[in-house]
Write a protein that binds this ligand. Structure first.
Ligand code: MV4
Length: 452
């Protein structure tokens, strides 16, 4: 096992990684920008290194500074968390060249899944069901028209370098496909520097369901069930839960086993998430994330498996010690992403937290790096913390969520807690009846009016 690990991240995920490292007896190195000198991850780490000024590009994304921090402290491994450099294949290669272990998949798999056309081609080859679409990149209008005619409208044009919804355009008929293609290419070029696009049948009312997997890089792989992340706003997940209210036991087992078998074939190493759209009882692969995700605690609560601990052991070269039969699904978990934003307008609200009182009790987990007296800088994302509740069934989890939200006090800034207090009392949410458009419709219909 490693003796020392560097955590190339900030906020709640830096703390999450620190906790896993400490439990494994590994010394921790925090890195931080000058905006984060007072951050909790810096206070809790054994050592810390300042890697640059506030902009992420000059600090948390500053590869030479991170290499120097490893060198100075003697860290043998680096955990990237999520965001920042977590899905940068070149960074993983550079670390390897410097004999530092990247806690994550092989660079070839990061690169493969970063190209959405290649990812889909691979998924098809591995027997994962995909959204019907063009076989590869679409280069001109004639090709787009032919593919769309074959699929039937509406179709969706997506950026090969995309993900997260940027560079996506729906086309409803032959009349608008040329302009959709043009716009998608332009957006893809400016967002990713790559104007390659592909085409898919547009699914109108799907849910977003993702399968958590772990692979050991030598042909061992298991799945840890699914999370339903349909409740989102502007491609930002808001509420995640597992198991999905839409699936039954046999569907869960079937899609999980397909994913695990694919990862064994790929010899995938580390934690990964295979994302699907789910509509009318069928799964459609859209992309794969090759990192630990924000919502990983949902899976930890229902399986009892420490995913970050597993990531570190795999990176150190261990074979998986868990078998599929060791993964026992227990009850239901819900995560709410609490942001420093106004609950109705979503206007960012950085600033000083005067008073902080997190909820507790049975089945309640709070992953956060804030404290009373801490000032949230305006520089990074607005996640203040995650409230995760667990119950023996979905109803118990909902009851626990309701009372935890009512207990949670964060004074001095606006947070999205009131949004969740409204959602947990909504009958569609209580009945699990929602798709990827539900939350935006709810907000547009004035669901949070009166909170302004
Ligand atoms: C789709 C889709 C409908 N049909 N693909 C958005 C982000 C990107 N990762 C994939 N996305 C979508 N792909 C087809 N063929 C609808 C979306 C989509 C979406 C997906 C998941 C969660 C929220 C979403 C919100 C809007 C659109």
């Amino acid at each position: 096992m490693f003796e020392k690990i560097l955590i190339a991240n900030r906020g709640e995920i830096a703390l999450r990684i620190l906790r896993a490292a400490k439990e494994l007896g590994i010394a921790t190195v925090a890195v931080h920008s000058t905006a984060d000198s007072e951050a909790m991850h810096v206070k809790l780490a054994d050592e810390s290194v300042c890697v640059g000024p506030p902009p992420a590009r000059e600090s948390y994304l500053n590869i030479p500074a991170l290499l120097a921090a490893c060198e100075i402290t003697g860290a043998e491994a680096l955990h990237p968390g999520y965001g920042f450099l977590s899905e940068n294949a070149r960074f993983a290669e550079i670390l390897a060249e410097h004999h530092i272990v990247f806690v994550g998949p092989k660079p070839e798999h990061i690169r493969l899944m970063g190209d959405k056309i290649e990812a889909k081609r691979t998924a098809l080859r591995l027997g994962i069901p995909c959204v019907p679409g063009s076989a590869g990149a679409i280069t001109d209008e004639a090709e787009a028209k032919a593919a769309a005619k074959e699929l039937g409208y509406p179709v969706l044009i997506k950026a090969a370098a995309g993900g997260g919804g940027r560079g996506m355009k729906v086309s409803f008929s032959e009349d608008d496909i040329a302009s959709a293609l043009e716009t998608a290419r332009m957006e893809a070029k400016s967002a990713f520097g790559d104007d390659s696009v592909y085409l898919e049948k547009y699914l109108e009312k799907p849910r977003h369901i993702e399968v958590q997997i772990l692979g050991d890089g030598r042909g061992g792989a298991i799945h840890l069930g699914e999370r339903d992340c349909s409740l989102q706003r502007r491609h930002q997940k808001v509420w995640e839960e597992g198991p999905s209210p839409a699936l039954n036991e046999s569907q869960r087992k079937e899609i999980g086993e397909i994913c695990a078998a694919a990862m064994r074939e790929l010899q995938y190493a580390g934690a990964g998430t295979i994302e699907f759209l789910y509509e009318d009882g069928k799964f459609y692969f859209i992309e794969m994330n090759t990192r630990i995700q924000v919502e990983h605690p949902v899976t930890e609560m229902i399986t009892g498996v420490d995913l970050v601990n597993e990531q570190i052991k795999i990176a150190a070269g261990s074979a998986l010690t868990l078998t599929q039969d060791d993964v026992i699904f227990n009850g239901h978990a819900i995560e709410c992403r609490i942001n420093a934003e106004h609950p109705a307008t979503f206007r960012p609200s950085p600033g000083l937290i005067n008073y902080y009182h997190p909820p507790g009790g049975l089945g309640v987990r709070v992953d956060s790096a804030v404290y009373a007296g801490y000032t949230i800088p305006p520089t990074y994302d607005s996640l203040v913390g995650k409230l995760i509740v667990h119950g023996r069934n979905r109803n118990e989890a909902l009851m626990r969520l309701r009372r935890s939200l009512d207990e949670f006090i964060i004074d001095g800034i606006d947070t999205t807690i009131p949004l969740f207090q409204t959602l947990v009392r909504n009958s569609d949410i209580q009945n699990g009846l929602y798709d990827i458009h539900w939350l935006e419709k709810f907000l547009a219909d004035g669901g949070m009016d009166g909170t302004e």
